[in-house]
Design a protein. Structure first.
Ligand code: HEM
Length: 525
C-alpha cells in the first residue's frame, strides 16, 4: 500500500516536471526561435544578430550596462546603423516575449492609420505577460484596455483637465513644492537628483489629482511591507516611490518573465507583498479624497461628471500618478545634466530668462509666470532637445494586433504585440544633424543650425520626434509635463548652483530614462 502511494507520488512529480520542461522548451526555445526565423525572412525587419535564450534582447541591455553605457544605448546605435529606407520594423524579444517595434516613419503612419480598427492598445487584462510594473499598479485603468467607448470617454475627461489652460493654474503649486525640495537639498549640500525630482513631481501630482490640501488629511506615515516581513513607516509620496521601485523590480524578476500567471495571481512574494502595499496606498488615497475640500482636484472635477465610478476614477488617477511622476523628473535631470555638459547652451538660456526678469535671487513667485515662460523660445527648445536626446521611455506602452494585418508588407498576425520605437528614431542621424550634441537651436526653424541641417538633408518631421508617442493613444500629459519642465528650469537654474561629477559629464553614453542604472549625485548650493 505504502509502496503504491510512493510510486504514484513519484509518477505525479515526474509528470509535473515533464510538463514544466515541455512548457519551458516551448516558451524559452521554440517560440522565440520561430519568431526570429519568421521575421528574419523580411529584409525590412531588423532582427538582432545574437539569440540568448531566456534573455532575448535583454542581453543587449545588460551588455550596455556592463560597458558603462545607459541600458538602452544599443537602440540608438542600431538605429544609426540602418541604411536609409531599409528598416521599417524590428523584431524584439523582451525576455521571452516577442514584440514588433515600429521604426520607420512609413511604418508608424501605417500603424496609426490602423488604430483602433486593426491595431489598438494591448488588452493587458487578457495578456498576462504584459501585466507588469506600473501597468499593474493601476489595473483596470483605461491605459490597459483597447479604445472602447468607455475607454475613450475616460481618456477624454482627463485630457481636458490636463490641457495647458488648466495646467498653467498650477504654476504656483509647482514653485511652492520646488522651493521646499530645494531648501532641503541645500541643507544637505548634495542630492540624488533623480530621487529628489521624482519626489517633487510626485508631490505636485498628488496635490492636483487628489487635493491641494492632501497633507492635512494624510496620516503622518504609512506602513510599507518589506521583503523580510518587517515594516517601515513612510510619508505618502515616499511610500509611492518605494512601491514604484518594487513593482519595477518585479517586472525584471525572471519568474515574472517565465511564468506570468504567478505575477497575475499575487499569491506568493514578491507579487503578494507589492499587492498588499498597493492596496494600502489605494486605501490611503481614498481616505484623502473623502476628506479633501479642494473642489478643483481632478478627483472632484471628474466625479462631478457623474459618468464614472469611484473605482474607475481612482485607478485612472493612479495611472496619471504613475505615468507622470518619474517621466518628467528623469527628463528634467537630463536637462540639468546637458546644460552642464554644454555650458554655452546654459549661458544662452540664462540670458533669455534674464530678459523677462528671471534672474538669480529674483522673487520667483512674481516672475515665473505663464506669460514669461511662453516668451522664452530658447527655454522651450532646450526642453524639446532634452526630451529628444534622452526620452524617459525608450518605447511606448504596448499595442496589439486585433486582426491579422500588414505593416510595410510585413505580415502581422492577430495577437502580435507592437510598440512604437522612441530612443532610436529620436537619435537617428538620418533625420538629425549631430544627434549626440545638445543643440536647442535644431528646433528653431529660423536658426543657422536648422538651415545647415536642412542643407545636409537632415529633415526632421513630426515622426522624428517620438517622445510622447503618436496617434490616438499618445501621451495626454504632454502639455503638463513640458510646462513643469520649463517652470522647474526657470526656478532651479536661477535659485541654485549645481555641480555634476566629471566622470558623469565625460560619459557620452549616459542617460536617465526610466530604469536607468545611473543615479547622479549633484552638489547643490
Ligand atoms: C516627460 C514626461 C512624459 C513623457 C516622456 C511621457 C511619455 C509617454 C508615452 C511615450 C506614452 C505612450 C504613448 C503611446 O503608447 O502611444 C505615454 C502615455 C501616457 N501618459 Fe505620458 N509621458 C510623460 C508625462 C506624463 C504626464 C505628466 C502624465 C499625466 C499627468 C502622463 C499621462 C499619460 C497617460 C495617461 C498615458 C496613457 C495614454 C493612453 O493609453 O491613452 N504622461 N506617455
Amino acid at each position: 500500500m505504502i509502496g503504491t502511494i510512493f510510486w504514484q507520488t513519484v509518477r505525479l512529480i515526474a509528470y509535473f516536471l515533464g510538463c514544466l520542461l515541455i512548457y519551458f522548451l516551448y516558451k524559452v526555445v521554440y517560440m522565440p526561435i520561430k519568431f526570429r526565423y519568421t521575421y528574419s525572412k523580411y529584409k525590412n525587419v531588423f532582427v538582432s544578430p545574437k539569440f540568448i535564450p531566456v534573455l532575448g534582447d535583454i542581453y543587449y541591455y545588460l551588455d550596455d550596462m556592463q560597458n558603462n553605457k545607459v541600458f538602452y544605448d544599443h537602440m540608438k546605435r542600431q538605429q544609426r546603423s540602418f541604411k536609409p529606407n531599409e528598416i521599417d520594423l524590428r523584431a524584439d524579444l523582451i525576455g521571452t516575449d516577442p514584440m514588433i517595434g515600429v521604426v520607420s516613419h512609413k511604418a508608424l503612419k501605417e500603424v496609426i492609420s490602423q488604430i483602433p480598427g486593426k491595431i489598438d492598445r494591448a488588452d493587458i487584462d487578457n495578456t498576462p505577460c504584459l501585466r507588469r510594473a506600473l501597468l499593474k499598479m493601476c489595473e483596470g485603468c483605461f491605459v490597459n484596455s483597447p479604445s472602447t467607448k468607455k475607454t475613450i470617454e475616460r481618456r477624454k475627461s482627463l485630457t481636458k483637465i490636463l490641457g495647458l489652460n488648466h495646467s498653467s493654474k498650477n504654476i504656483p503649486l509647482m514653485l511652492k513644492n520646488a522651493d521646499i525640495i530645494l531648501q532641503d537639498m541645500k541643507k544637505k549640500g548634495e542630492a540624488k537628483m533623480l530621487d529628489q525630482m521624482a519626489l517633487l513631481t510626485n508631490r505636485i501630482l498628488v496635490s492636483v489629482l487628489f487635493g491641494r490640501d492632501y497633507e492635512e488629511h494624510m496620516s503622518e506615515s504609512y506602513e510599507y511591507l518589506y521583503k523580510d516581513g518587517t515594516t517601515k513607516k513612510f510619508d505618502l509620496c515616499s511610500f509611492f516611490s518605494n512601491l514604484s521601485v518594487g513593482m519595477s523590480d518585479e517586472a525584471g524578476n525572471l519568474f515574472t518573465i517565465l511564468f506570468p500567471l504567478l505575477n497575475v495571481s499575487n499569491i506568493i512574494n514578491p507579487w503578494k507583498r507589492n499587492h498588499t502595499n498597493k492596496l494600502a496606498l489605494y486605501s490611503a488615497l481614498k481616505d484623502i479624497v473623502k476628506k479633501s475640500q479642494d473642489e478643483d482636484s481632478f478627483w472632484n472635477q471628474i466625479r462631478k461628471l457623474n459618468e464614472f465610478t469611484e473605482d474607475e476614477i481612482l485607478v485612472d488617477l493612479m495611472l496619471l500618478l504613475s505615468a507622470g511622476s518619474e517621466t518628467t523628473a528623469d527628463n528634467f535631470v537630463a536637462l540639468l545634466y546637458y546644460l552642464k555638459k554644454f555650458p554655452e547652451t546654459k549661458e544662452k538660456l540664462m540670458k533669455e530668462l534674464a530678459q523677462v526678469g528671471i534672474v538669480p535671487g529674483c522673487d520667483f513667485n512674481k516672475v515665473i509666470t505663464m506669460e514669461n515662460i511662453q516668451a522664452c523660445d530658447y527655454l522651450s527648445n532646450a526642453v524639446k532637445e532634452s526630451l529628444r536626446m534622452d526620452s524617459p521611455l525608450n518605447f511606448t506602452i504596448f499595442y496589439q494586433a486585433y486582426k491579422d494585418t500588414e505593416v510595410c508588407g510585413v505580415s502581422i498576425p492577430k495577437g502580435t504585440i507592437l510598440k512604437q520605437e522612441i530612443a532610436g528614431p529620436n537619435n537617428d542621424d538620418k533625420d538629425w544633424l549631430d544627434p549626440n550634441t545638445f543643440e536647442p537651436e535644431r528646433h528653431n526653424t529660423e536658426s543657422e543650425f536648422f538651415k545647415t541641417s536642412k542643407e545636409q538633408g537632415k529633415i526632421q518631421n513630426v515622426f522624428s520626434r517620438r517622445t510622447f508617442g503618436h496617434g490616438p493613444r499618445m501621451c495626454p500629459g504632454m502639455s503638463f509635463a513640458t510646462l513643469e519642465m520649463k517652470v522647474f528650469a526657470a526656478f532651479f537654474l536661477t535659485q541654485m548652483d549645481y555641480e555634476v561629477s566629471k566622470e558623469d559629464l565625460e560619459n557620452d553614453h549616459i542617460g536617465f530614462g526610466i530604469g536607468s542604472q545611473f543615479s547622479p549625485k549633484f552638489k547643490i548650493s
